[in-house]
Design a binder for this molecule. Structure first.
Ligand SMILES: [Zn+2]
Length: 193
């Protein structure tokens, strides 16, 4: 029996897939070794190809990454703790340079801790404040703003930007765990993203 070139390629691919399905761990290891060799041979070419792959298959990359993060949870926590310990200065500098990002990061982390749904970016937060002229929605004053959860996380509110309103510190603590939507009085459509 003879096969055309296309058929041969296809048969080869099928066999390859079957083998990988049978022994995924071994296949993964060989893949890693192949990648390491390619990197050693030509680091620049490897970087370019990786960048191209990330651009073409963002979903695949995301999935692989989150699998990896899940599998290496303990190591990652240890590594992060070690990094925090040895890079105190870098971290402090970064926080000082990016106060918004850091605030939002802390907020998202807290939301993850209470297993709330969603997260928002520093840019979404800035845009939201801009939309209300950087004033507190409670007292209308131009004060330092905090991201208040309209429906508190403790009452099952989400951590999406659609559940966030800018309040000053004192209005925020006055509101406490009540569900008060100050945005309604301001005639600006909330951002449902
Ligand atoms: Zn206020």
């Amino acid at each position: 029996m003879s096969y055309s070139k296309e058929e041969r390629i296809q048969r080869h691919r099928d066999a390859d897939r079957r083998w990988k399905e049978k022994d995924p761990e071994h296949a993964r290891l060989l893949g890693l070794q192949r990648a390491a060799r390619a990197y050693q041979k030509d680091p620049e070419k490897f970087r370019q190809r990786s960048a191209k792959f990330r651009k073409e298959y963002p979903e695949k990359v995301k999935k692989t990454l989150s699998n990896w993060e899940h599998e290496h949870k303990e190591e990652r926590l240890r590594y992060k703790a070690e990094y925090r310990r040895t890079h105190k200065k870098t971290i402090t500098l970064y926080r000082e340079k990016n106060p918004d990002k850091f605030k939002v990061f802390k907020q998202n982390r807290r939301a993850r801790e209470v297993q709330a749904i969603g997260s928002f970016t520093a840019k979404q937060w800035r845009d939201l404040c801009d939309r209300y002229n950087n004033k507190c929605l409670g007292c209308g004053k131009k004060r330092k703003l905090t991201a208040d959860h309209v429906v508190p996380l403790s009452k099952g509110g989400t951590n999406r930007i659609s559940n966030i309103q800018p309040l000053c510190g004192s209005c925020n603590s006055k509101k406490g765990t009540k569900t008060t939507d100050f945005r309604k009085a301001h005639n600006v459509k909330p951002n449902h993203k």
